[in-house]
Design a protein around this ligand. Structure first.
Ligand SMILES: *Cc1c(COP(=O)(O)O)cnc(C)c1O
Length: 388
């Protein structure tokens, strides 16, 4: 048997009529730049999220950079943050979360994760901020919580510390489209939310794409200006912008796939629940929790204990089962962030997670026999480990 992490060909076959017809419509109207599909997708996602504004952009990374710059504009009246401005986030994430902070002019502060959720530890956020003398404390401007692997961060605690210290909250929802926190869709809980349509995400296009959601008219307006070279008028720029528009063709593909988002998230959940149900009792691994039932399993990521991750992956590989490690190197250990970030105390849990995590196949269209084959292979691996 061959079990891939994801099977985009299978997914395309499943939705082929809608996708093909969406693309054919674009071929006939030829409005490639900010065509009607972009506006339609923005309003459909705004309805889905129940958010006031949604703005299509060229990637999840640009969604983060543009949002941060819009926040700077709104909070400070400046196009960029200053280097003394600190933005808290996790080191256990994709590099884009951190490099977006640098590109907005600010300094990333990495605090450790909660080992049970892999998400930023909100008590660490509070103790970092409150450890600073008041002159420095006011330079902490915001928090970027990342809903890693599709699991919601503790948004009550994060919003509380943000309120106490006047910080903005920018949600990185790249891995959690459709996820919820107490009835509200992720991306609508902080000041703004950033989504990615990278092909492997829960709602993926056929290339790069992203979206910003916000309740704030000010943020929305500035994001719209920035994505078109910094001008309200195309030929009269007011500030340093980007070419960061969402492509019409991508919007058409994502519009077709949006109909399947909830169904596919349900399918992911079913696979995740099945994995945990059958693997939860094994001694050599630790399954992910779903503390609040809101997990959308962008990844199903477990820990392999006792330094056996390589063995575990080799065993699955021999059986034709793909696995991935997200992420092998926490951000503070990358050369990019050397001398450019602040590390709060130790990032022991982030470093340990980087050594132990493995993600299993979570293709929503995985069949039951395929899922069971993954489970049985892991059970055999675990039994061998306990015996030896
Ligand atoms: C994918 C991802 C991004 C970046 O999205 P792109 O569309 O690839 O630019 C940002 N943050 C996280 C957590 C991601 O997983």
């Amino acid at each position: 048997m061959n079990v891939p992490m994801l099977d985009l060909i299978r997914e395309y076959e499943y939705m082929k009529p809608e996708i093909d017809s969406g693309i054919r419509t674009c071929l006939s109207h030829q409005k490639w730049i900010l065509g009607p599909e972009v506006g339609e997708l923005e309003s459909r996602i705004a309805t889905y999220l129940k958010s006031k504004h949604c703005i299509g952009v060229s990637s999840g990374t640009e969604a983060l950079v543009l949002s941060l710059r819009a926040l700077s504009m709104n909070l400070k009246g400046k196009e960029f943050f200053d280097r003394e401005d600190m933005i808290l986030t996790t080191a256990f994430t994709f590099v884009a979360t951190g490099d977006a902070i640098l590109r907005s002019g600010a300094t990333p502060v990495f605090v450790d994760i909660d080992p049970n959720t892999f998400n930023i530890d909100s008590t660490q956020i509070r103790s970092f901020v409150e450890s600073l003398p008041s002159k420095k404390r006011i330079r902490v401007v915001g928090i970027i919580p990342v809903h890693l692997y599709g699991l919601t961060c503790d948004m009550d605690e994060i919003n509380k510390v943000a309120k106490d210290h006047h910080l903005f909250v920018l949600e990185d929802v790249a891995q959690a489209f459709g996820g919820q926190w107490k009835g509200a869709k992720l991306g609508t809980i902080g000041d703004a939310g950033c989504f990615s349509f990278f092909p492997s995400k829960n709602l993926g296009g056929f290339g790069d794409g992203g979206m910003v959601s916000t309740e704030s008219d000010g943020i929305a307006e500035f994001v719209r200006i920035l994505l078109k070279h910094g001008g309200r008028d195309k030929y009269d720029s007011g500030c340093l912008g980007f070419n960061a528009r969402l492509d019409t063709l991508q919007a058409a593909v994502i519009l077709a796939k949006l109909k399947y988002l909830d169904e596919f998230n349900e399918k992911r959940k079913r696979i995740g629940t099945r994995y945990t149900g059958q693997l939860g009792g094994l001694k050599g691994i630790a399954c992910p929790g779903d503390q609040r039932g809101g997990h959308v399993y962008h990844q199903y990521t477990l820990r392999v204990k006792n330094g056996r991750r390589n063995e575990f992956r080799a065993c699955l590989h021999e059986n034709g089962i793909a696995t991935m490690v997200y992420y092998p190197i926490p951000l503070h250990q990358m050369k990019l962030f050397k001398n450019r970030c602040v590390v709060y105390q130790t990032l022991m849990e982030s470093e340990r997670a980087a050594q132990e995590v493995v993600s299993l196949p979570i293709e929503p269209l995985l069949t039951e026999p395929e899922t069971q084959f993954v489970i049985d292979t892991i059970k055999r691996f675990d039994k061998k480990g306990q015996a030896g």
